[in-house]
Design a protein around this ligand. Structure first.
Ligand code: MTE
Ligand code: HPA
Ligand code: MOS
Length: 784
């Protein structure tokens, strides 16, 4: 889609609101040109200080074992090697200070997964360090390992206790149901595959101070972790991140490991140390999206409306808790997706296995929750031989009734009753469904499938305390403006949007505003840039900071012109009072000369949210973001290969701050979701070794997998809650639209199986990701 073609549906309405010179327009990403030209700095591009050393990890070869000893003599004898760093070199606490405190910084007594880091080799060059790391010998006694959710459930092996959420009486509702269906299914994990791998560069400064360059989503947490490991106060550690080459959740906590390891090595040798993981090592060391296993028992009436549901979700958290509690909670909060579940019983198990510690990944458990109910509704529709969209529409949250979630939050802003029928029309769903059936009736080899699925995604960190942000706005005497906020840029366009917000608050052209690197010495205690809330939180904080500066200037001008400060407007680079119109810069210079403060901080906390962590009830989300996608696929029943033929998306970003960036997020999120459900398969061998640890064996979508027919339209209504610029968060919600790919694939498989004489209404068991092999399995053409 050409960016110039992006139009806001109902643009007339937004034009009626006050003209916004920067917000609402498709300004290019602030780094787009530099990135394309190769001039944008990532950490590995920073000039290296003289004396910089390089670290490489020594990894456990077994999934679970007792460490008897480490022999580094061969490595130490290799050219360029300075030494090794072991747990005994840690001056502070030897565990990462995560909430659960269950992960060793460097494993010393036990190893818990293949790839766990036990030591670092430090050398003159990256290659010397990596080569030598292979010559460090570990003496490990293997212990029995738990390598699947099923084994973990059987062994009652959990990183955190199970969580139950119940409403009504599911048991009784199931007993009384007209129809009843049971099923089991699984979804796989997903590697983040950020283009820039994990990296940190630790610089020891004078008097015990530190400067850490870290590619990470949560500089404040990295600062805390480094200080904790070094046994020094946080004020001595400065963490900076100009940008990441993608994070996708994979750098929310686990970038902290690189930073701590690099800092420990730098401390031991008194030199700057850079640690950049090789791609294969990145796969082996870091956690991924949580795989899930589900069991359900659903009751429904003849129209397909759900009357009772029991759902068990068990997730593989890996060897430590990391963010698994919050991820599994978000899955519980999203297993209703857009549908009212009256009598429900949900149980969520957080399993401990001897695998990488799974972590945040776009959607943060939301996709794993949403797919549960979408699979169940797809199964119900096929059982009843009803159109799946009709079944979905019948189960939607109501407007005035049937609108309270299983966690007791009232759904006040539901727009799916209008949005879904609009997409149904614009995608020509009914006609195409008939065409697909006609095609399938006469084509025995290639089968098609079509599906529409909606999304309703809760916006706010479920951990209420993270929903706060700070920013600084500095106006210099030449009229230029510098902004710093607690968020991080990972390609999502946060800095561009924040600059747009500030430009409009001050009424100056966008090129007057520059956003600088995330830096713990500017805005302290900032939350992770995550939960899609970066712009909501930091955009508002920056807006408030700019507002204070503007108020200072308005008061100054009102004194000059003897008018009320409220009568002074800031627009188009001018400061306009009822008496005089002056250029922005002139006002800034005069204000400076009169000792008016030209900079300010701003602070924002999300209103209205609260919830009880033990029962998971309350209002965890400020609002919901909505959307829907219509996807058509084809499968080759002889090979199992599949193709996405056409995608139509209608998505709700509120009043878009930047339509080009929002459409980019929608397309990118969808395609990443498509990868999760189609080709991105992680395979661990029976010894717990990840066999798919490079692009040769792990396949993310390529441009050629994106169909030419990819239409994205934006829903024209502003956020009904008072959010920055009337916008809604966009980073994660579109990921879940790709569940339409999976449901379309199951429909195509169903069409093929009906040909083969399969029982009518049979459950289509298609493992996710729907690789060619798994499609053949679902067709009953291969065993297992
Ligand atoms: N877009 C790009 N280009 N790169 C990324 O790493 N991360 C996603 C999403 N979009 C990501 C991205 C994730 S997981 C989240 S939570 C949000 O961006 C975070 O940024 P935001 O809150 O500013 O939207
Ligand atoms: N989303 C993303 N990251 C998080 C969350 C969340 O809800 N809670 C804690 N970290
Ligand atoms: Mo995104 S998974 O909340 O970093």
């Amino acid at each position: 889609m050409k960016r110039d073609d992006i139009t806001l549906r109902g643009a007339g309405e937004s034009a009626a609101i006050a003209p916004q010179p920067a917000m609402g327009r498709s300004h290019p990403h602030e780094s787009a040109r530099a990135q394309v030209a190769g001039n944008a700095h990532y950490i590995d591009d920073l000039p290296e200080l003289r004396g910089t050393l390089f670290a490489a990890p020594v990894m456990s070869p077994v999934a679970h074992g007792r460490v008897n000893g480490i022999d580094a003599s061969a490595a130490l004898a290799m050219p360029g090697v300075h030494g090794v760093v072991l747990a005994s070199d840690i001056p502070g606490d030897r565990v990462f200070p995560s909430a659960a405190r269950d992960e060793a910084i460097l494993a010393s007594e036990a190893v818990q997964h293949v790839g766990q880091v036990v030591a670092l080799v430090v050398a003159d060059t990256v290659m010397a360090a990596r080569r030598a790391a292979r010559f460090v010998k570990l003496d490990v006694t293997p212990l029995p390992a738990i390598l699947s959710v099923q084994d973990a459930l059987a062994a009652q092996s959990f990183v955190l206790p199970p969580v139950h959420v119940r409403r009504g009486d599911a048991e009784a509702a199931l007993a009384q149901a007209t129809h009843r269906l049971q099923g089991q299914f699984e979804t796989g994990g997903q590697e983040h595959f950020y283009l820039e791998g994990q990296i940190a560069y630790a610089l020891p400064l004078e008097q015990g101070q530190w400067w850490i360059h870290s590619s990470n989503q949560h500089p404040g947490e990295v600062q805390h972790w480094v200080a904790h490991a070094l046994g020094i106060p946080a004020h001595a550690v400065r963490v900076e991140c100009r940008r990441m080459g993608g994070g996708f959740g994979g750098k929310e906590t686990q970038a902290g490991h690189m930073a701590v390891w690099a800092a420990l090595a730098a401390r031991k040798f008194g030199r700057p140390v850079k640690l950049r993981l090789d791609r294969d090592d990145d796969f082996m060391v870091t956690g991924k999206r949580h795989p899930f296993a589900y069991e359900y028992d659903v009751g429904f009436d003849a129209s397909g409306r759900i009357t009772g549901l029991k759902l068990q979700m068990a997730t593989d958290c890996g060897h430590s808790a990391d963010l698994s509690g919050a991820v599994a909670d978000r899955a519980v909060f999203h297993c209703d997706n857009a549908y009212f579940l009256e009598d429900v019983d949900i149980v969520s198990y957080r399993c401990k296995t001897h695998m990488q510690s799974h972590t945040a990944f776009r959607g943060f458990g939301g996709p794993q929750g949403v797919i549960a109910i979408e699979v169940i509704l797809g199964d119900i529709a096929r059982r009843l031989r009803l159109d799946a969209l009709d079944v979905r529409l019948r189960n939607l949250y109501g407007k005035d009734e049937r609108n309270v979630t299983h966690y007791q939050m009232q759904v006040e802003d539901n727009i799916l009753h209008e949005l879904l029928p609009t997409l149904e029309q614009s995608s020509d769903y009914r006609r195409r469904q008939k065409a697909v059936s006609a095609w399938n009736a006469v084509n025995p080899v290639f089968k098609r499938g079509l599906a529409i699925t909606p999304v309703k995604f809760g916006i706010s960190f479920t951990a209420t305390l993270f929903n706060q942000a700070g920013a600084l706005v500095h106006v210099y005497t030449d009229g230029s403006v510098q902004v710093n906020h607690g968020g991080t840029e990972m390609g999502q366009g946060l800095n561009t949007k924040v600059a747009q917000v500030v430009a409009d608050e001050l009424g100056v052209p966008l090129d007057h505003v520059m956003v600088t690197a995330a830096d713990t010495s500017k805005v302290p205690n900032a939350s992770a840039t995550a939960a899609s809330s970066g712009t909501d939180l930091n955009g508002r904080a920056a807006q408030y900071a700019a507002r204070t500066v503007r108020d200072n200037l308005a008061a100054f001008v009102s004194g000059l012109d003897r008018c009320g400060a409220g009568a002074v407007r800031f627009e188009g680079g001018m400061v306009i009072s009822p008496q005089t119109t002056r250029p922005w810069r002139e006002v800034v210079v005069a204000a400076y000369a009169n000792r008016i403060q030209l900079w300010s901080d701003g602070f924002y906390r999300t209103p209205k949210i609260h919830y009880d962590k033990t029962t998971l009830t309350g209002r965890p989300f400020f609002y919901f973001a909505y959307g829907a996608a219509c996807t058509e696929v084809a499968i080759d029943t002889t090979t199992g290969e599949s193709r996405v033929l056409a995608i139509d998306i209608l998505h709700d970003v509120g009043r878009s701050l930047n339509p080009a960036i929002d459409v980019g997020q929608i397309e990118g999120g969808f395609i990443q979701g498509m990868g999760w459900l189609t080709t991105e398969e992680l395979v661990w061998d029976p010894k717990g070794r990840l066999a798919t640890h490079a692009p040769s064996t792990y396949k993310i979508p390529a441009t050629s997998d994106v169909p030419e027919h990819l239409n994205v339209a934006l829903w024209p209504e502003a956020n009904r809650e008072d959010n920055v610029g009337g916008s809604k968060a966009v980073g994660e919600p579109p990921f879940m639209l790709a569940i339409s790919v999976y449901e379309a694939l199951r429909n195509a498989v169903a069409a093929a199986r009906a040909d083969g004489g399969a029982a009518a209404g049979e459950r289509i068991e298609l493992r996710a990701p729907a690789t060619a092999e798994n499609v053949l399995r679902a067709l009953g053409r291969v065993a297992g």
